[in-house]
Design a protein around this ligand. Structure first.
Ligand code: GRF
Length: 210
């Protein structure tokens, strides 16, 4: 069984969706860089081990990442899930977990990498918006996309309504992508290719909410 760690900084609603999904992998531990993160309560309620590793207590990114890396090794982790983890990871950490670490980003990547995606979508006047589950590489928000949730932006949508609507989609597409990794439907090959049902995945599997 695949052993999973989830890295969080905040509310952890995606962590909750993963817990509730009864994945065929096992969530062995949750790491937070913030002691007050509500996600830690969710983990404890589900009987999952937690570790608080405060980035503020380390002199630089590398030393903070080294402690996280050791915790992941101690838990014997196969798959690292970033779920609202608000720290940029060092290149060496990302390389150590290449092909074994995924993230969810609130936009239809490759559009709107980085922060404040909902407001940027509204400013541009896009008709479609969404979220993307992708492998993590050293380039920010640029690894192979696995699944996407797509919604239509309404005339009355605001940053807040879009954030809420995107969260609902995230809670559908993240557990689905992770289950596909756990049961071998999605495979990351040594040469970097990603296969879905034995075929090379060129573009993400999309779930459209309209
Ligand atoms: C999500 O919107 C996700 O796209 C982004 O961080 C947020 C985490 O939300 N990476 P939550 O903590 O899972 O509720």
């Amino acid at each position: 069984m695949i052993k999973i760690a989830v890295l969080v900084s905040g509310s952890g609603s995606n962590l909750q969706a993963l817990i509730d999904a009864n994945l065929s992998g096992k969530i062995v531990g949750v790491i937070s860089n913030k002691p007050e993160a509500y996600a830690l309560k969710r983990a404890k309620q589900a009987g999952i081990a937690t570790a608080i590793i405060e980035h503020k207590k380390y002199p630089n990114r590398e030393s903070f990442d080294a402690v996280m890396h050791q915790q992941l090794l101690d838990w014997d982790i196969d798959l690292v899930i970033l779920a609202g983890f608000m720290r940029i990871l060092s290149a060496s950490f990302v390389q150590s977990w290449q092909g074994k670490m995924v993230n969810i980003h609130p936009s239809l990547l490759p559009n709107y990498k980085g922060m404040h995606t909902h407001q940027r979508v509204l400013n541009t006047g896009d008709v479609l918006h969404g979220c993307t589950v992708h492998y993590v590489t050293t380039e920010l928000d640029a690894g192979q996309a696995l699944t996407q949730g797509v919604l239509k932006v309404g005339l009355h949508d605001t940053e807040e309504t879009l954030s809420n609507r995107i969260h609902v989609l995230e809670h559908l597409i993240y557990p689905q992508a992770i289950e596909w990794i756990c049961n071998g439907t999605i495979q990351h090959l040594d040469n970097g290719d990603v296969h879905y049902k034995g075929q090379k995945l060129d573009k993400p599997i999309q779930f459209c909410q309209f």
